[in-house]
Design a binder for this molecule. Structure first.
Ligand code: COA
Length: 316
């Protein structure tokens, strides 16, 4: 199996900060209800004139700059999103244009809802692996969402959960680095986003699905690499809801400090949530060379995706 190592990250959040108290002035809800049920305290929404393409480009440019690579080194560009600005061109193609990526590489969006970033990594790695004679062994993978555009701001059961944002990461296909990925789906209407919105959801059904899929996918990628949770430096889960993560930590009798959480500040940003979290860890100096991390996504589709990978370099 070909390894896929994390080289660098980038992120971008939109300008309009919306607190739970702000929402309680719009719908019949409260900071107390939202915080205790979800762990979410605030989220960022795109401001007037702000586009998800701008945020995706910003996050991708930052990841590229931090990688020390040039645009010409990138061998494919994949963007996970369910809320791109245009159905076509894809967000990935607009990133390609703005960053000046090569023309003879695959560039596409992937829609696997909240598992979109993990699916994007799987697609990017597969694309690079099939281009064996191409010396460009680096993939740019982005997760970005403009969910506030697809929300019914009068539906308190969904409008309190989601936020906007973008994250990006660069990976290198390497011969021997450790890597495992687990992707799956179960076609189901428990969360729906009609083309023009709004998002609809059976919250309880999604909760039941998530607390089953998360530990199952983590178990699958750990089994594939022969490791246990103790061998991981971080578990970066999709940031849908604090209680979903707590439930899994308890079920797995794991160390809660290994499970990164930032939904208090961003809400659920779907495909962006894992790369935004990775980027925060990196910016805080807490994602360092040689670390072994797991990332687990789950959500609409229903879909799930998990991976275990290394941060490039050796441990200090
Ligand atoms: N503020 C105040 N009350 C609210 C509310 C809100 N924002 N949203 C729903 N309620 C009310 C309901 O109307 C219901 O009232 P009722 O008992 O008078 O009918 C009550 O709260 C309980 O609703 P319910 O939907 O059963 O709550 P819950 O305990 O299941 O919590 C979620 C709702 C959405 C927080 C929870 O189901 C959940 O986290 N699901 C997973 C969602 C998710 O993460 N989705 C994305 C996955 S990618």
């Amino acid at each position: 199996m070909k390894g896929f190592e994390l080289i660098s990250t980038g992120g971008a959040l939109p300008g309009r900060l919306v607190t739970n108290d702000d929402l309680s002035r719009m719908v019949d809800t409260s900071d107390e209800w939202i915080t205790t049920r979800t762990g979410i305290r605030q989220r960022h929404f795109c401001a007037e004139g702000e586009t998800i393409t701008d945020l995706a480009v910003k996050a991708a440019r930052q990841a590229l700059e931090r990688s020390g690579l040039s645009a010409a080194d990138i061998g494919c560009c994949v963007c996970g999103t369910l809320s791109s600005q245009y159905a076509s061109p894809s967000t990935a193609c607009l990133v390609q244009r703005d960053l000046g990526l090569a023309e003879d590489i695959p560039v596409l969006d992937v829609n696997a809802a909240c598992s979109g970033f993990i699916y994007g990594v799987g697609v990017a790695r597969g694309l690079l692996a099939t281009r064996e004679n191409d010396p460009r062994r680096y993939a740019l993978v982005i997760g970005c969402e403009h969910l506030s555009r697809l929300m019914d701001m009068t539906d308190r059961s969904t409008c309190v959960l989601f936020g906007d944002g973008a994250g990006a990461a660069i990976f290198e296909l390497t011969g021997d680095a450790e890597f495992a990925i687990d992707l799956g789906a179960r076609g189901d209407m428990a969360i729906t986003t009609p083309a023009g919105g709004p998002i609809g959801m059976d919250g309880r059904a999604v909760f039941r699905f998530a607390v089953d899929a998360l530990p199952r996918s983590l178990g699958a990628v750990l089994a594939a690499t022969g490791h246990t949770i103790d061998d991981l430096d971080w578990v970066v889960c999709h940031q849908a809801n604090s209680r979903i993560i707590d439930h899994c930590v308890k079920k797995l009798q794991a160390d809660p400090d290994k499970f990164y959480k930032n939904m208090d500040r961003h809400g659920n940003t779907s495909a962006a949530s894992i790369p935004v979290a990775l980027n925060e860890l990196a910016e805080q100096g807490r994602l360092t060379p040689g670390m072994r991390i797991a990332c687990i996504g789950f959500g609409g589709g229903l879909t799930w995706g998990g991976m275990v990978l290394k941060v490039k370099g050796s441990k200090a």
